[in-house]
Design a protein. Structure first.
Length: 349
């Protein structure tokens, strides 16, 4: 059985990925490592906690000894690194935690993997690794910076991050690349567009607007609401990561996009219309510093070389997402009220 270390697996994308892998690949054991910050929620994995091929461990990826122990105990052969502080607004207020988690944490994982995977770890010139090992870094299209009214992000573009969050992710990507070039480590990097779907932390745009609409609260929209993003259903993202894990060429970067460019205000108005609310709930607020105007992903590399393509249209994906949040109001309440964090303090601290 192949043992896969998934870091940040209690978060939005990580938990969806674990569910995907357990459903599609019974031959793998998933070791989920998460420090359970505000965005990590074990309720996202309710129903699989006792699966034979799944194990949760509370740990910080910056804790070198703990990560080393995990590699030793579980004979880790693959790392899929989702673990990251990821909210741009929080990075503007507290950049240091983003730099230490997203950069140093990634380097700790790389160092540990190199130690256990190299055929001869004591030989600095050795670039041979055990068969079948891979380090997969989950990144973001925000590392490319912002686009004008035309054009799309391609993998060969320079990295021009504009926020502390995206700068920390760009730095992590470069470290992963350096471990491939210097040490020969088998790696891939994926850079995705904006995700949406079930289990997304409710400070993000789509779940925030759905929750506020349900409760007839103001819908805060930055600036004029005309920022453009390419939206990707989380299930499509998970299938793309699975594809890269199994088919990705060593050392390659793959952009993952949903082919759904929408302005923020379009999305807000779609949610309002679907829930039968009034556009009077919209409240335009001062734009955040360094707010990128437009992102758009060119995903032709992964589609042409690896045969992946998104399955969801934006319309069906949003319909399913809104229905999920309507049917899981307790999940939202537990997060908004902070009940889930009090549970973790009791159970895991």
């Amino acid at each position: 059985m192949k043992n896969i270390l998934v870091t940040g697996g209690a978060g939005f994308i990580g938990s969806n990925f674990i569910r995907h892998m357990l459903e599609k690949h019974q031959e793998y054991k998933i070791i989920n490592v998460d420090v359970l910050t505000y965005a990590g929620n074990l309720e996202n994995l309710k129903g699989i906690a006792n699966e034979q091929n799944y194990k949760f461990i509370k740990a910080d990826i910056r804790d070198r000894k703990k990560i080393d122990d995990i590699f030793t105990t579980y004979n880790i052969t693959t790392v899929v690194n989702f673990a990251a502080e990821s909210h741009v607004d929080r990075s503007i207020e507290e950049p240091e935690v983003f730099l230490t988690t997203n950069i140093i944490g990634t380097q700790v994982l790389l160092d540990t993997a190199k130690k256990y995977w190299k055929v001869n770890p004591d030989d600095k010139y050795c670039k041979q690794y055990k068969p079948g090992v891979k380090f997969l870094q989950i990144s973001t299209d925000e590392v490319y910076g912002a686009l004008g009214s035309t054009g799309m992000f391609v993998e060969a573009m320079p990295l021009l991050p504009n926020s502390p969050y995206s700068a920390s992710k760009a730095s992590a990507d470069l470290i992963v690349r350096a471990y491939h070039e210097t040490y020969g480590m088998p790696v891939n990097i994926t850079r995705c567009s904006n995700n949406y779907g079930p289990y997304q932390f409710p400070e993000k745009l789509i779940p925030l607007m759905i929750n506020n609409c349900i409760n007839n609260k103001d819908l805060p929209v930055y600036g004029d609401g005309m920022q453009v993003r390419d939206w990707l259903h989380v299930s499509d993202h998970c299938s793309a990561i699975d594809t890269v894990l199994h088919k990705g060429a060593d050392g390659e970067i793959y952009n993952i996009g949903g082919n759904n460019e929408k302005t923020n205000i379009e999305i807000v108005k779609l949610i309002i219309k679907t829930l039968g609310k009034s556009e009077e709930l919209i409240k335009y607020v001062k734009d955040r510093p360094g707010h990128d105007r437009r992102y758009a992903i060119d995903n032709s590399k992964i589609t042409s070389q690896l045969g992946w393509a998104p399955a969801y249209t934006f319309e069906e994906g949003m319909k399913e997402t809104i229905e999920w949040y309507l049917n899981n109001t307790d999940w939202i309440y537990n997060i908004v009220s902070g009940d889930y964090q009090m549970y973790y303090m009791k159970m895991y601290d």
